[in-house]
Design a protein around this ligand. Sequence first.
Ligand code: TRP
Ligand code: SF4
Length: 327
Amino acid sequence: MKKKILSGMRPTGRLHLGHLVGALKNWSLLQSDYECFFMVADWHALMSEYKDPSRLKEFSLDNVIDWISCGIDPDKATIFIQSQIPEHLELYMALSCITPIGWLERCPTYKEQLREIKTRQLNNYAFLGYPVLQAADILLYKSEVVPVGEDQLPHLELTREIAKRFNYLYKKNIFLEPLAKLAKTSRLMGLDGRKMSKSYNNYIGLSDTAQEISKKVMSMFTDPKRIKRTDPGRPQVCNVYSYYKIFSDQGLCAVVENECKRAKRGCTDCKKEFTCLLNDYLLPIQEKREELMGDKNTIIRILEKGREKARSAAKSTMDEVRHTIGL
Ligand code: TRP
Ligand code: SF4
């Protein structure tokens, strides 16, 4: 039997390169070797978007279209929407009962988001419990491996603690302690050098047009000490070069590095070359996306099938949980 994987993404907007590099590439590499569940985490999105959830459904479908365009194969992986499987909330409740509030208040992602995010009111009750619902997502499918970005490591740590506590309190080993699987490059810098994120507006969207991409790449920071074209550059501190490392092969990287260091390549040309490269990279993804956009019924069918498969796995865990607790 294959080991299981569950991962999810919050449908808060269109996807960008950060999602592709940090999650989707990793997901598609794993889908043949594991039994994969990939979930649209719409309840998690609601925890921060509750004041205006009007586009959650649209983004959910749109994200699934992007997943498939980026190589997630619905014949291999189970793709589903969290809110369609009520067992997530049932297990969330059971786990809420055994999770000390201190664990959640101390969670670094919680503290950071309260501090950093000023455009949303995050003082709601559910937001504190964000990692408990995430633990429920993971444990419901008995997943051993969870492909996530670095920023999610504290949530996985909590998931393991909650699983252990459940097994200990109810004297039955029903939950495994899942491990995070980081993507090779789990963090893509945004145009401004901070983490690529929608809320920083420093991203390149998967469906950006060639002109948009060109404009954005041209705005990127390079080596700040390279003022004149004749100054030798330092690719290791240049954001554009870090993109070359992700989206091109070793041969081209070596050429760029060498020419940059010897001032044989100007930043404008370097960015133009990268723009072409990125457009070529995204073209097949965008073509697939166009095709699927015109065929929404296929997406609905995929999600219907995913819902059935996820539901039956979730039900069987919940039966076990109810029995174990004695409900
Ligand atoms: N918290 C994750 C994120 O923001 C999304 C998520 C929800 C998730 N449930 C999950 C990721 C379960 C992995 C496993 O990226
Ligand atoms: Fe960066 Fe390219 Fe300019 Fe070198 S030449 S600093 S790698 S943009």
